[in-house]
Ligand binder design. Structure first.
Ligand SMILES: [Zn+2]
Length: 345
């Protein structure tokens, strides 16, 4: 209660103090409320707040302004959405049209083409469908035990396994998922079930390009720092070409999968630059200082709780972290602050 009152008083002050620095937020999924999904009424409430207190701009406008030292309006905010699930078209897009808020949407090219579904969703599917109440998985790197008795335990199992997968090369990650599915006696369907489905090319083409920019988020959503040199270059370069070919428009914005500092490396940044992208976003940091590296643009995920969301977008969360010493004041050209990934991946 006290925190909510403090937020409502200090929020406008924080917004004023940090208003000169643009901010980029990211979303993943929309629909029925869960840890990774935002309902339509909650998203509409957030959009109304942003329209009232901020200047929502497209990512390209911000990148271009920063490159040419052109001033941006105060309280500039950019919305981005990762992965390209079907629920974007059904839940988020009508609201973005209604409130006229631009978004950069990062599509995974082989997911959009229906050739695969995302590895962390396949893992979630196995956790949800497993009949056993407890499983011990033996694979090449040892034993992993998980409890699957309750929905909370299944969520914890997914969290444990997906976190483990983030540190694995593609082959080892797929081996762990296959072994886990076999032990759990779950057959993973070739096509994503409706809950985990992507927007296909027809749907992506139907989104108004004046409002929704389509960027690239690799071909298969690997962790780039775990990829070999050739995998990395193919994932980045081919995703751009595949989306451009399917949509017949230029793709200039890139998003590193999972996006924490450890999830991509210098090779990834070089490959993104060489492929002809104009910018790339991460998932750590909160505000853009002048002179930000366009290939390491910081972003943060927002909470579904409205009061927390307001504190985050107003910059109050950033200032609290800075004043508590959790993050250092940014120097020009540096990514300001850092924050744990809020919504994997
Ligand atoms: Zn992603």
């Amino acid at each position: 209660m006290l925190r909510a009152v403090a937020g409502s008083v200090l929020g406008p002050v924080a917004r004023q103090l940090t208003g000169a620095q643009p901010r980029i937020v990211f979303y993943h999924r929309f629909g029925e409320l869960s840890a990774r999904r935002l309902t339509a009424p909650l998203f509409a409430q957030q959009l109304r707040y942003l329209r009232r207190h901020f200047n929502p701009l497209s990512l390209s406008d911000v990148v271009q302004a920063q490159a040419t030292d052109k001033p941006l309006p105060p309280r500039t905010i950019v919305l981005t959405v990762d992965d390209g699930y079907q629920d974007f078209a059904e839940v988020a897009y009508p609201l973005l049209l209604q409130y006229q808020v631009p978004v950069t949407l990062y599509a995974v090219s082989r997911f959009a083409s229906g050739e695969l579904w995302l590895w962390f969703d396949r893992l979630r599917y196995v956790c949800e469908q497993a009949v056993s109440q407890k499983l011990t998985v033996e694979w090449s790197e040892g034993l992993i035990s998980v409890n699957l008795q309750t929905p909370v335990q299944r969520e914890q199992a997914w969290d444990l396994l997906s976190t483990r997968c983030l540190t694995l090369p593609t082959v080892a990650r797929e081996s762990l998922i296959a072994t886990f599915a076999r032990c759990a006696k779950v057959v993973i369907p070739a096509q994503a079930p409706a809950l985990f489905a992507a927007m296909d090319w027809t749907t992506l083409r139907s989104l108004d390009p004046a409002l929704i920019e389509i960027g690239a988020h690799t071909q298969t959503h690997p962790i780039l720092s775990m990829c070999t040199d050739s995998e990395l270059v193919t994932e980045i370069t081919a995703s751009k070409l595949e989306i451009e070919s399917a949509l017949q428009r230029s793709v200039v914005s890139f998003c590193y999968p999972n996006g924490r500092d450890c999830d991509f490396d210098e090779r990834s940044v070089c490959a993104v630059r060489a492929a002809g992208f104009h910018s790339a976003v991460t998932s750590s940091g909160m505000l853009l200082p002048p002179g930000s590296d366009p290939f390491r643009l910081p972003r943060f995920g927002v909470d579904s709780h409205f009061g927390t969301f307001c504190n985050e977008v107003n910059g109050l969360t950033y200032l609290r972290q800075r004043w508590s010493g959790a993050i250092a004041a940014p120097k020009p050209g540096e990514i300001p602050g850092s924050r744990a990934s809020l919504a994997m991946p």
